[in-house]
Design a protein around this ligand. Sequence first.
Ligand code: AMP
Ligand code: MN
Ligand code: MN
Ligand code: MN
Length: 284
Amino acid sequence: MSSILNADLHCHSVVSDGTLTPEQLAARASANGVELWSLTDHDEIGGQHRAAAAARAHGMKYLTGTEISITFAGHTVHIVGLGFDPDDARMKQGLADTRGGRGLRAREMSDGLAQVGIKDAYEGALKFVGNPELISRTHFARFLVESGVCKDTNEVFRKYLVEGKPGFVPHRWATLGNALKWITEAGGVAVIAHPARYGFTPNEEFALFSEFKAHGGRGVEVVTGSHSAAEAVRYADTAREFGLAASRGSDFHSPDESHTDLGQLPYLPGELTPVWDLLADRIQ
Ligand code: AMP
Ligand code: MN
Ligand code: MN
Ligand code: MN
């Protein structure tokens, strides 16, 4: 298929930290002209069968998806998996293990917020959670906006939820090697999500891309809701340098919070290999 395709291979439902159901996302993607879609919930594939069925009902092509949280060189990095078998036992167990630490982390986040006078944040965040195994910083952010502490979720992250702030709790996620093993052994392709977001030094970034390649990683998000136009150009160069295919996705979470809507982003630059060309036999 051509790189001129309205593919949106990154978004979130209520199964992780989005606010729409898989069915609502499919309807919205279809209305926005998406031709090839993937739901990529954080550390979860519980919405995959619903998403695939909804895509089919709207006449969209579909790839299974997830976005796995990993720890690399002391930083959290996100790896998108596409086109794997959604019933693969090892993938399911790996993701369940990755989700496992979120409950305790959330209670510690709540303790940190209590120390600066924000009470009962755990209980407050829980009201926004669609999947009890998947409480995330996003749910705390929604609670702090609802309770009037901040005007929007961006402000909550900046003031409370990033490293050095009272609600931040360091966490050890999956390893790069394990995440890539789960994805590739289940028949999928691994993609580095929104690389501009990590704030890596050039050396750290080189290490991430090199080790990702060495573990069988094959793609990188070039056009994403998290990248400026200049960052897309920069990571198009990185894709060429490392021989990686390019992916495209909005990272849509919510009509109220996301500035990039499903499918509404520039096409991939023509000279790159689109990641869907590696997945022709996995498209449903
Ligand atoms: P967690 O997996 O619990 O660490 O939460 C990570 C999620 O928080 C990301 O997937 C985003 O949805 C959200 N997030 C991270 N940084 C920001 C930010 N600056 N503003 C809004 N949402 C953010
Ligand atoms: Mn998220
Ligand atoms: Mn992400
Ligand atoms: Mn995401």
